[in-house]
Design a protein. Structure first.
Lengths: 610, 267
């Protein structure tokens, strides 16, 4: 049914276009050939559509007239697409000044009356058809810019686009491969509706006696002529007007059919936005390792901090947990390390060192290339992180092929090898599958393979098992452990689950309200936490609790980023809080085998956790 | 004593274009008044479909749902509406389960408008009482959902279930989206409400640790079928089925040494 709705109008259109294109071959008469003996003749075997007031064959004039009208519409359409699509993609993808400028220009064009512009252009360029149609395309392109920009923005926030950036692909590649396929639907629909408009505008101008002048036929001036003859020859208007209406209708129907077909695609969910925050303090603590964050402060809108003064380092082969509740800044810290902060959020101070090099000093393109190669990223939601319109194999190949000098066969072999390394059982089947055809656990293996594709030194995994079933979780954790050991990878594991920390990590960095509150080896952390927040959060874990008992809780909630206390940010919820805690910001202090941000951590060491 | 809810050989089938999917297959269990039945299973186990069938939202293909001795398997729409006062759900996502455009008072009042003919003043008293039961205050009535944190919203969702004074609350992954400390607060609240009001819970979760903490009896489901069912203490200490044992072994322990020792056993 759907197919017929598209096929019938498309077939009619193709016929009309072909007939017009081959007018010199098909037309039975010359368009200007007069026969004053046979004026306003009714349709006959010799003149299928009859003759006009000068005895010219109407069919031939329509075929030749279509060449002017349709090519005019084609010019307008070409300008409309050529201008609207790139500008829309650019505005939607980059945001910032380019976006603002393009949107502003589009708004300005939208405010100008199209009809008046066209009349002015016609007057200035002396009825030049080409220039007029270019002008129509330019004024119309605002609608294309807006639609493409909106659709691009929606796709831009999708996890698979963020993941592609994380893999170090360049922007042009991401736009072409991952964004364009998802905005193709709206582009096609906009283009067809504009094509219908362009045909109607062109014929209207002809009808008003503007543009290409008689005796050269256009569909517009044919309609105009036929109106004059409506009394003696009513079929004349029926035929000329009918052709224009038929073409506009068919173009519109094609657009409708395409819109209905693309509308069945699932809606893209909107990306989450970071919370707002307020300034804080900074201190220094030197560190070294494969990945080192030194006094990293990340702000939203340049003023409100989301993460303040975070320092820690990862050695090769080490798995470190970044722990905390939502709103504590752990994901933002991980994104700062990846060089992938969301729009409006930036690194305002501090250094991110990868292999000793300060990556913040690099340009954003160079940083993305470097980090894409050195750091692999494993996302939380395995299936949405893969592009639904490409097979697993083609998504792997895309990343593998960024390494120069590989033949197709080598790329294919490298992809299969990657999947084997993440213990995928049926490699050929998974390579040929689309993301929705594989299970969540399998999709997470594919994401890990993607992260490993360029042989990174560091893996950053953001809650990699939260969306998975428990039995699958164990397998993925085992895989990460094996990879870290075999390939000497440094792994930063963002998690809120103490069980995952206990299972996989050697050290843990605990964050609260945007700052590090404790860094300790896990054995120490679980046995003798040095910060009251760590202790309280461990106690809130119901594993090992007595069934039906009231669990120990932390009163209140994690303060929003704007509402951090001046002194210890945890003081308001802390059972050990004293006046000195609230008096001044608490610095990180050394503990026997780590650091903690608590003035009473020594006392805490003496108390038993459980 | 008769159980409050008895589910007997329940089956739910969905007809797809060509094939038929058996989402729930021959599931039986009983919930006694004041107790909690925990239903645990991984994705695709049919636990959510099962709750839909109990709540009357999913058509039942075979078997029986008996509530207070009354067969409600194919209750009329009118009887179903009456039953909703007795059977209230609380869902997983505290962000999407409350209408963002309505105040807390308006949302909480709805069950009373449907099920009672109380005047506005009495409705307000009931709503305030429900809010206080979940640890919020009557002052919150005129605020919108966006002004509350995730944990507070889940309290509001629980208050909405309480307003109609139900006897059974179906908790569908009700603490799964919450942070650790907030999850503990909500579990404490649920346990306290059960003790105070004699509520019966049908507690659905993928998390065996949560089920162990709150359930008197546990039903382990897999691919629409009951793998094993019985008193929770027995199931978590000496599981009869291989699958339950695997679930138990796969859960993580927040203790590095113990977890390292367990790791060897996980397949």
């Amino acid at each position: 049914m759907r197919r017929l709705e598209l096929l019938i109008p498309a077939a009619v259109l193709t016929l009309v276009v072909l007939a017009v294109l081959f007018a010199p071959l098909l037309a039975p008469h010359q368009p200007l050939e007069q026969n004053l003996d046979d004026v306003l003749g009714s349709p006959s075997a010799q003149h299928w559509f009859g003759t006009d007031s000068l005895g010219r064959d109407i069919l031939s004039r329509i075929l030749y007239g279509g060449r002017v009208s349709l090519s005019g519409a084609a010019i307008a359409l070409a300008v409309f697409v050529a201008l609207g699509v790139p500008l829309g993609l650019w505005a939607g993808f980059t945001s910032g000044p380019a976006d603002r400028t393009i949107t502003w220009l589009a708004d300005l064009l939208l405010a100008l009356p199209t009809v008046i512009i066209l009349l002015v252009v016609l007057a200035v360029f002396k009825d030049n058809e080409v220039v007029t149609m270019v002008a129509l395309g330019v004024t119309g392109s605002t609608s294309m810019i807006r639609v493409v920009r909106g659709a691009t923005k929606a796709v831009r926030g999708q996890v698979f686009v963020v993941s592609a950036e994380g893999a170090g692909l360049n922007q042009w590649h991401i736009l072409r491969r991952h964004v364009l396929p998802h905005v193709r639907g709206p582009i096609t629909v906009q283009a067809t509706f504009f094509a219908a408009t362009a045909v109607l505008v062109e014929t209207s101008l002809g009808f008003l006696g503007l543009g290409v002048q008689a005796p050269r036929p256009t569909w517009g001036n044919l309609v105009g002529e036929s109106i004059q003859q409506i009394q003696p020859a009513p079929w004349f208007l029926l035929i000329t007007g009918g052709v224009v209406a038929l073409v506009a209708l068919c173009v519109g129907l094609v657009g409708d059919a395409i819109r209905d077909m693309t509308a069945t695609e699932p809606d893209l969910p909107s990306p989450s936005r970071p919370a707002r925050a307020r300034p804080g303090t900074a201190s220094t603590s030197p560190s070294s390792g494969v990945l080192a964050l030194e006094n990293v402060t990340v702000c939203h809108g340049g003023v409100t901090p989301l993460v303040t003064d975070v320092s820690f380092a990862l050695r090769a082969g080490e798995v470190v947990g970044l722990v905390g509740e939502s709103g504590c800044g752990k994901s933002m810290t991980a994104r700062a390390a990846l060089g992938l902060l969301p729009d409006g959020v930036e690194l305002v101070s501090g250094v991110v060192r990868v292999d000793g090099a300060d990556v913040a000093a690099l340009s954003s393109a160079a940083r993305r290339r470097l980090l894409g190669r050195l750091i692999g990223y494993v996302p939380q939601d395995p299936v949405p992180s893969l592009d639904p319109s490409f097979t697993v194999g083609s998504q792997l190949a895309e990343v593998v092929a960024t390494e120069p000098g590989l033949s197709r066969a080598e790329v294919r072999e490298r992809c299969a090898d990657l999947l084997r390394r993440v213990r995928v059982p049926d490699v050929p089947r998974v390579l040929a599958s689309y993301p929705h055809q594989i299970s969540g656990g399998m999709a997470q293996r594919v994401n890990i393979a993607l992260a490993m594709a360029l042989r990174p030194r560091i893996l950053i995994a953001d809650e990699p098992t939260t969306a998975l079933d428990v039995t699958v979780q164990a397998e993925i954790l085992d895989l990460l452990r094996t990879l870290a050991a075999e390939q000497d990878l440094a792994v930063l594991l963002v998690t809120h689950d103490w069980g995952v920390v206990a299972d996989l990590c050697e050290r843990a960095v605990v964050m609260y309200a945007g700052e590090v509150v404790e860094i300790s080896p896990v054995a120490t952390l679980f046995a003798r936490p040095s910060h009251p927040y760590t202790r309280a959060l461990l106690r809130a874990d119901l594993r090992g609790s007595t069934p039906f008992s009231q669990l120990p809780t932390i009163p209140g909630v994690v303060p929003a980023a704007g509402a951090w206390a001046y002194g210890c940010r945890f003081a308001d919820r802390c059972v050990l809080a004293a006046d000195e805690c609230r008096a001044a910001p608490v610095p990180l202090r050394s503990t026997p085998d780590g650091v903690a941000r608590c003035v009473r951590s020594d006392e805490l060491q003496k108390a038993e956790v459980r | 004593m008769n159980p409050l809810l008895r589910v007997h050989e329940l089956g739910v089938r969905f007809h797809m274009r060509r094939s038929e999917v058996v989402a729930v297959d021959g599931v039986s269990f009983e919930a006694r008044k004041g107790e909690t039945v925990g239903i645990v299973g991984e994705s695709g186990s049919g636990k959510t479909t099962l709750t839909g069938a109990v709540l009357g939202r999913v058509p039942i293909s075979c078997g029986q749902v008996v509530f207070r001795g009354e067969d409600v398997t194919h209750a009329t729409p009118r009887r179903r509406r009456e039953l909703t006062a007795e059977l209230q759900p609380v869902y997983q996502d505290p962000f999407s389960s409350l209408n963002p455009a309505r105040t807390i008072g308006q949302t909480l009042e709805e069950p009373l408008l449907v099920h009672t003919r109380l005047p506005a003043g009495r409705r307000r008293t009931r709503v305030e009482a429900a809010l206080e039961q979940v640890g919020l205050s009557g002052r919150d009535l005129d605020r919108l959902p966006r002004e509350f944190s995730g944990g507070q919203r889940q309290r509001i969702a629980i208050a909405r279930a309480l307003v109609a004074e139900p006897s059974l609350i179906v908790l569908d992954e009700a603490v799964s989206a919450l942070d650790l400390s907030v999850q503990a607060q909500i579990l404490n609240l649920l346990l306290r409400l059960q003790a105070d009001l004699g509520l019966t819970y049908l507690f659905i979760s993928h998390d065996l640790d949560v089920i162990r903490h709150v359930s008197h009896t546990t039903v382990v489901m897999r691919r629409g079928q009951v793998v094993e069912a019985g008193p929770t203490a027995e199931i978590v200490t000496c599981p009869a089925s291989e699958y339950t044992r695997r679930l138990l072994d796969s859960t993580l322990v927040p203790d590095p040494e113990l977890q390292a020792a367990r790791r060897g056993r996980v397949i």
